[in-house]
Design a protein around this ligand. Structure first.
Ligand code: 6GU
Length: 226
């Protein structure tokens, strides 16, 4: 059981994605909990503004420290501390499967999603424990990266995948790409399903899958074999 707390200006984006498909089913089953906290609800002024011009000039706006700090304080009251607070930023350490496996052990995770040109550095210094990026490209905000991380971490939680083997099976063929998959009909556009998969010979099938995984990895991601 893991609880996610997402600090964001777009809570509906977080909830609608998480309530869909496998993560949605896991929430319904009580295997995960998600709470999206709207930073705007913690604004410190009557116009509910959460951003302002950057000191020293420059393009765009910067998210103010106080609303983010207050939203974070509100979340902390509901959880067992200490708890990691992950700030999604292209400047962070690149997310990976091994990072997901570490984070999957936590009871609560707080994700802080920035927008505009970022967040006032002073509040980051006080609340953030981990700076994480999902890859070398620039997105408009931290919501999609937070969703990518939560999806990855969620499928590692006990009971989330229907086929209990799936998460483990993939760690067995660690560092290899998945073999191709086929379903009915047996012939489609004159292409036949590989004979071995229809044979019922479990050992041969396992060998075929491993060999296809190796071939695919060699061809598309040789860096994974190194
Ligand atoms: Cl975490 N944030 C943004 N804005 N862009 C990204 C990213 C994060 N990771 C990759 N690109």
């Amino acid at each position: 059981m893991i609880r996610y707390h997402v600090l964001t200006l777009f809570p509906e984006m977080i909830c609608s994605a998480m309530e869909t498909s496998i993560t949605g089913r896991a929430i319904s089953k009580g295997l995960l909990e998600i709470e999206a906290v709207n930073i705007r609800d913690y604004s410190d002024n009557k116009h509910f503004t959460v951003d302002d011009y950057p000191y020293g000039g420059g393009p765009g706006m910067v998210m103010k420290a106080e609303p983010v700090f207050r939203a974070h304080e509100a979340v902390k009251e509901r959880i067992v501390s200490p708890c990691r607070t992950i700030y999604l930023t292209p400047q962070g350490r690149t997310f990976s499967q091994s990072m997901a496996e570490e984070l999957a052990k936590e009871e609560d995770l707080i994700f802080l999603c920035g927008h505009y040109e970022g967040i006032d550095e002073r509040v980051l210094e006080e609340i953030v424990t981990d700076y994480v990026s999902i890859g070398d490209y620039v997105l408009t905000g931290g919501e999609l990266p937070a969703l990518v991380m939560m999806d990855t971490i969620s499928r590692l939680q006990q009971g989330v995948l229907h086929n209990g083997e799936s998460a483990v099976l993939e760690s067995f063929s660690d560092h290899l790409l998945e073999h191709p998959q086929y379903t009915r009909p047996e012939i489609w556009h004159e292409k036949k399903v590989p004979e071995v998969l229809l044979s019922g010979h479990h050992k041969k099938i396992a060998e075929w899958k491993l060999e296809e995984s190796r071939k695919r990895t060699m061809q598309w991601r040789p860096d994974l074999l190194a």
